[in-house]
Write a protein that binds this ligand. Structure first.
Ligand code: AMP
Ligand code: ZN
Length: 475
């Protein structure tokens, strides 16, 4: 249920650039234009990545619940993201490992990414442009930077951004140019073709690379990672970004460089010469004390949660109990506890609503107070305390409890009003059938994809000597 705007309440967030709380506003008076850095699709997204993607969803829900129109763009990085040792494109390393076409890998992980978002009830963006399909936009952007003298073609035919030319370089991350020593490994190496150690490649010449390369006026090659977000955000959001979102590790160099690449192309207005009005960064997720990452070996995937018979929305529940800009530690114990609370609430709601949901002044006040918590720099832990009080507070009648749950369900996105069904719908029958066919045809990629999709919907499929069998999992 949406609420009409009665006063100019808007979302306040902590802006990384100005280092203070700031209101999120629409600069065109029509919609709030948001860009959120998306996944690099060479592997499964872990729930740490999903915590960052959830940030875009929470912003969108808080704004839409307050009556604002939101336009959200999230990119899919399927080329140009170099591995941490700066040697190779992450997509191409994976392609070698799996002995498969890099684009086939990218499309598989992209569809898994969408399934993971759905499992956490993360609202879809308006568009998910792929880097490999926006090469023209990047080339046009780079041409303009060269014409304006912000970029130059190096001896190796790569194109570099001239960091020193952008005077406020470093303001976003605090890494000022004079402090960035040569040899600092924050950008892949260029064998001395750069004029200045802090310059970075907008475009890399192909060298020995034969896959994922494109022609340009300065030779064949492939884009750097940062340029894709500048080119796509300005293009798909019509020249200005009201709010830019990403994980804290993207603040430098990714967003610092993006700001330097984007600002020269926007026309300075009376208010600002910034392409991005506000920068929002989410803190990292730890798992049992350490940052969740593939290299730390502690990743948890949505699939792992499902395999334990737990609704992935229990993970969303845990995330909501922590503020986005604090590190948070997740554990199986906290996921299990969240799951049992979530299920209890869902069951109770089914009883509360029997007597009919009833609006009262105090119930309305509580709903309003929860929204204000969201608008106050996404203070979801405080909003969750209020949600917990709905069940426990003896002051409330069941009818009011039902009313509150119905009002706030879209804000929290926890699917409080549903008990996961046990009915085999037409859609599920069709999916089981397709999975069976894919397996018989030995189309293992498709049959694995369908198995994951069914798992997401609460059905575990097994292959036996007599064919495919399935059962409902716990939630
Ligand atoms: P990637 O697919 O590696 O480009 O990462 C996608 C997003 O996940 C980026 O915005 C990262 O900042 C974010 N991210 C990576 N690790 C974590 C973590 N442990 N917790 C929260 N966000 C993360
Ligand atoms: Zn980005």
């Amino acid at each position: 249920m949406k609420r009409e705007i009665t006063e100019p309440n808007t979302l306040q967030i902590y802006d990384t650039l100005s280092r203070q709380l700031a209101g999120v506003h629409s600069s065109d008076g029509e919609s709030i234009r948001i860009y959120c850095c998306g996944p690099t699709v060479y592997r499964d997204a872990h729930v740490g990545n999903l915590r960052t993607f959830l940030l875009g969803d929470l912003v969108k829900r808080a704004l839409e619940f307050s009556g604002y129109k939101v336009r959200l763009i999230q990119n899919i990085t399927d080329v140009g993201h170099m591995s941490d040792d700066f040697e190779e494109d992450k997509m191409l390393s994976q392609s070698k490992l799996e002995k498969r076409d890099p684009f086939a890998i990218a499309r598989d992980y992209e569809s898994k990414f969408h399934a993971d978002l759905a499992a956490l009830n993360i609202l879809p963006a308006d568009k998910y442009p792929r880097a490999s399909e926006c090469i023209d936009l990047m080339i046009e952007h780079i041409k303009k930077l060269i014409a304006m003298d912000y970029a130059y073609i190096g001896d190796d035919d790569s194109v570099y951004f001239s960091a020193a030319k952008f005077e406020s370089y470093g303001e976003l991350s605090g890494n000022r140019l004079d402090a960035l020593k040569p040899g600092h490994r924050y950008e892949y190496s260029e064998g001395g073709a750069k004029r200045f150690h802090a310059d970075w490649a907008l475009w890399k010449s192909a060298g020995n690379r034969t896959e994922m390369i494109w022609p340009t006026p300065w030779g064949k090659g492939f884009p750097g990672w940062h340029i894709e977000c500048s080119a796509m955000s300005l293009h798909y959001l019509d020249g200005h970004i009201d709010l830019h979102i990403g994980g804290i590790d993207l603040r430098f160099p990714h967003h610092e460089n993006e700001r330097a690449q984007s600002n020269p192309l926007v026309t300075a207005s009376a208010d600002s010469s910034e392409a991005v009005s506000l920068w929002l960064h989410g803190e990292h997720l730890l798992f049992e004390g350490r940052k969740m990452s593939k290299s730390a070996g502690n990743v948890v995937l949505v699939k792992d949660v499902l395999q334990r018979g737990i609704d992935p929305l229990a993970v969303r529940f845990c995330f909501l109990e922590n503020r986005y800009r604090s590190q948070m530690d997740l554990s199986w114990a906290s996921i299990n506890a969240a799951f049992s609370t979530l299920q209890r609430w869902r069951e109770k709601y089914q009883k509360w609503r029997d007597v009919g949901a009833t609006e009262t002044a105090r119930a309305r006040d509580l709903v309003e107070a929860m929204l204000l918590d969201f608008l106050n720099d996404l203070d979801t832990p405080r909003a969750m305390l209020k949600l917990r009080a709905v069940e426990k507070d003896l002051e409330f009648q069941d009818q009011e409890r039902a009313y509150i749950f119905e009002m706030v369900d879209e804000l929290f996105g926890l699917k409080l009003l549903e008990l996961p069904g046990r009915e085999l719908t037409e859609e599920l029958i069709e999916l089981l059938e397709q999975r069976n066919l894919a397996r018989s045809a030995k189309d293992f990629a498709r049959s694995d994809e369908l198995r994951d999709l069914l798992l997401n919907k609460g059905i575990e499929v097994r292959d036996t000597s007599t064919g495919q069998s399935w059962k409902w999992i716990k939630f």
